[in-house]
Design a protein around this ligand. Sequence first.
Ligand code: SAM
Length: 171
Amino acid sequence: MLRVEPLLESHQRDIDGLLTPRTALDVAAGTCHAAVYLAKRGLHATALDCSAVGLALGEQLAKREGVAIETVTADLAVTELPGGPWSVVCCFRYLDRNLFPQMAAGLAPGGLLFYRTFNVHHLKKATAFNPEYVLQPGELAREFSTLEIRSLSDGDDPGENTSWIAARQPA
Ligand SMILES: C[S@@+](CC[C@H](N)C(=O)[O-])C[C@H]1O[C@@H](n2cnc3c(N)ncnc32)[C@H](O)[C@@H]1O
């Protein structure tokens, strides 16, 4: 069953209003739920992950949901993001700070970034989690300062263990 990421759902109107090229890149897509959701909103969605197994499950999910997605098997430790321009770049539950400039640069004018992953507050309960892979307070606003912020939760609430940003590339 399709799992809809709340950050995407809460910006559904922004997504539906996107102009051409109406392309989307789901970074570290796993089993491609975000890519499939975006394909269902009418975007040409590409899901990238290092796991061909996850991507194959994503293709099956897309088929069940009546849409098609592109998949790219790539190791982001040694590969750059595929060139845009992308109308949407999204990434959920994956942190590679080296990708931040590429994610912003790949957006088409007016394109949307959606990003959400764990922050420092996650470490209070998940004590074995690698602290390198959590966001610091204020990090998203700083790293994506060239974009126009649409919504942001950046580690200021100690009860919230993820940080997220939705932001637009200036037109
Ligand atoms: C926690 S999962 C999140 C998957 C999906 N975004 C979601 O929210 O359901 C992290 C994903 O990152 C992928 N990943 C980890 N290291 C990677 C790398 N170096 N290059 C590409 N993908 C990677 C894993 O295969 C996995 O699918």
